[in-house]
Design a protein around this ligand. Structure first.
Ligand code: PXP
Length: 253
């Protein structure tokens, strides 16, 4: 049987809900477990420098869940020394290096590898991570631009995660996605020739992932926001029914 593309579920948004109240629920450990039991192939978490969602204590706790289920933990991170050290101490299966700006709402695009200073920073992070964790696989979050991908091929990486955010936005708003698909096709060929895995992530929904799946463009997809949003509606009615049943058990005098 042929391999199917892998689905990584990004559970940062569960932590966002938890942090909104400063409570211990919803639990990211439970979220990781539910996703893996439901068939997810990996769990993705992003420990941001500003700690806006995933917290330091979540990293080890989620790593234990992925280990228990024998599935990979994909640790998304910016190239900050402090976070590199946390990755080294945790030992995830994958690290996905992303750009990070404090003022952004979410990761807004791929790493700029054409900037020499940035390229060196990414290169140093890759070298340090690989030296400390010889079995670690590294992916870089990049735009589907030939120039950038050619630079990436000079680094000790195992995969590129192509930024699908702009494609997904165009799809959602009914605009043409042809130029994005063309770039994804060229990226797939270039990465295959370089022996580098071709992954995708950002902004994808159940609908916008379909054309990518149909063309077999990517071996792995990392999806978060839409899955957590849709889970609200797949569960909301059930939860309201349960609480209403409690109300019905206690008629007023
Ligand atoms: N891949 C990367 C590199 C990301 O930064 C994110 C967002 O944290 C995702 C995938 C998941 O994106 P979304 O939550 O929009 O599905």
């Amino acid at each position: 049987m042929k391999d199917s593309p892998r689905l990584g579920v990004n559970i940062d948004h569960v932590a966002t809900l938890r942090q909104a109240r400063g409570e211990f629920y919803p639990s990211v450990v439970e979220a990781a477990s539910v996703c893996l039991l439901a068939g997810a192939d990996q769990i993705t978490i992003h420990l941001r420098e500003d700690r806006r969602h995933i917290q330091d204590t979540d990293v080890g706790a989620v790593a234990l869940v992925t280990k228990k289920y024998g599935k990979p933990l994909n640790f998304e991170m910016g190239c900050h020394n402090e976070i590199v050290d946390i990755a080294l101490a945790t030992g995830p299966d994958w690290v996905c290096l992303v750009p990070e700006k404090r003022e952004e709402r979410t990761t807004e695009g791929g790493l700029d590898l054409l900037d020499e200073t940035n390229f060196d920073k990414v290169s140093q992070a890759c070298t340090k991570l690989k030296a400390g964790l010889p079995n670690l696989k590294i992916s870089l979050f990049l735009e589907a631009s030939a120039e950038t991908l050619e630079r990436a091929a000079k680094l000790p990486i195992d995969a590129v995660e192509i930024h699908t955010g702009e494609y997904a936005k165009a799809f959602l708003h009914g605009e043409s996605t042809e130029s994005y698909l063309g770039a994804f096709r060229r990226a797939q060929i270039l990465l295959k020739e370089a022996g580098i895995g071709c992954h995708a992530g950002h902004g994808l929904t159940q609908e916008s992932i379909q054309p990518l799946l149909q063309e077999g463009l990517f071996a792995e997809y990392n999806v978060g926001h839409w899955i957590i949003c849709q889970a609200v509606f797949d569960g909301l009615g059930k939860v309201v029914t349960t609480m209403k049943e409690s109300c019905l058990q206690y008629p007023l005098a």
